[in-house]
Design a protein around this ligand. Structure first.
Ligand code: SF4
Length: 376
């Protein structure tokens, strides 16, 4: 599938569509209050069993191809012993990978670990910082401080891993315009290559979200700033990061020139990837495959689910997440004429030179926009 019409002005790269690899390590030391991922706290024996099953799955794969990118996500993959990653990554061909990311919880990085990661091909670390303000961090259930993050970035740099992402969440309990500024000031001080800014998701899948929906006060639920303030914080981050030369390239992702996440771009560009581990997804350009969601089901060897991909809808749904936008084909302009016209009129979409993209306001209301393209 070609994602760009011949005359599309959007940048072309990875024309060979080399797939990436995602490895899931869904274990955490504690469950953060805002977290709605399929991750959890398990006995050490289960982690051990999982590591062996994961190794078996990666080894059994038919490696007649070499991945371009590797992403170790979770959970907290940084908590697994470096020697275990060495043997797991030893099963994956293609080293040195163009990009190999380790997701890390601040407070879990030592000089030995960082060196060992670099030796086994990791060249990018994504730090789940969420906030640099201590009261906010504590309420999430995390234990690091701003100094921990600064020290660990120094350690990573010394080990040769200078390419770091920092995750921030707008809308955490106790957050104010001043405390949000403080977190952004730390970004300026630490100068990471990449920043992800998420707006707090209020849903029943996290303890905090459930408490907020129920109108309770646990986990600081009564002191969350609310939707409008959260959107203001997000907008303030867009402005501040842009002034620092860290430009938004996807709704939640910002990077210095040339530092966009090559692996995550595969998801938004509908490029292929293969996932290993519980709840890992794969996409081969035509169909999607999802491994069993829970650790238990994965360890029991339950089958993965396969479903056809709906490329035309997905192309808009995920492609519009990119600030560069999408280049609709002539029949797509016709098929989606009504919602496109409406969103151009209401200022949520803009178009120029055959490209269709979200406006700044459209980014804040993106779910509303995407919905229409799914239903058309
Ligand atoms: S946010 Fe990350 S570290 Fe916290 S519970 Fe979720 S997956 Fe684990």
């Amino acid at each position: 599938m070609s994602s760009l019409p011949a005359d599309c002005p959007l940048p072309r790269y990875n024309q060979k569509r080399v797939p990436g690899v995602y490895v899931s390590y869904p274990f955490c030391a504690q469950k953060c209050t805002y977290c709605n991922f399929a991750s959890g706290v398990y006995p050490a024996a289960v982690e051990l069993q999982y590591r062996d099953a994961l190794q078996g799955e990666i080894r059994a794969h038919r490696w007649d191809w070499r991945p371009e990118t590797v992403y170790l996500g979770g959970g907290t993959p940084s908590a697994l012993a470096a020697g275990d990653w060495r043997s797991l990554l030893g099963e994956i061909p293609g080293r040195p990978w163009l990009e190999a990311t380790m997701e890390a919880a601040p407070g879990s990085i030592t000089a030995e670990k960082a060196r060992a990661w670099a030796e086994c091909g990791i060249n990018r670390v994504s730090l789940g910082v969420q906030s640099f303000v201590e009261t906010e961090i504590r309420r999430t259930g995390r234990k690091h401080t701003a100094q921990t993050v600064a020290e660990e970035m120094r350690i990573l740099g010394e080990a040769g891993i200078a390419n770091c992402n920092i995750d921030l969440i707008a809308g955490l309990s106790g957050q104010t315009a001043a405390s949000w500024r403080e977190s952004l000031e730390w970004i300026e001080r630490l100068a990471p290559a990449h920043v992800s800014v998420y707006m707090l998701e209020v849903d029943g899948d996290s303890r905090l979200g459930k408490e907020m929906l129920a109108g309770g006060a646990r986990y600081g639920a009564a002191e969350t700033p609310g939707g409008d303030a959260t959107a203001d914080f997000y907008e303030a981050a867009v402005e501040r990061l842009d002034a620092l030369g860290i430009a938004r390239y996807e709704i939640s992702n910002f990077a210095r020139p040339g530092c966009q996440s090559r692996h995550n771009l595969k998801y938004w560009k509908l490029e292929p990837y293969t996932g290993f581990g519980a709840d890992a997804h794969s996409f081969d350009g035509h169909s999607r495959r999802r491994n069993p969601e829970s650790v238990e089901a994965y360890l029991q060897g339950q089958d993965a689910e396969t479903s056809p991909a709906h490329i035309e809808e997905e192309r808009f749904f995920v492609g519009l997440r990119l600030m560069a936008g999408v280049c609709p084909e002539p029949d797509e302009w016709r098929r989606f004429a009504a919602p496109i016209r409406r969103f151009l009129h209401t200022g949520l979409l803009e178009t120029a030179g055959g490209v269709l993209r979200l406006t700044s306001r459209g980014v804040l209301l993106s779910n509303e926009v995407f919905q229409e393209f799914l239903l058309s």
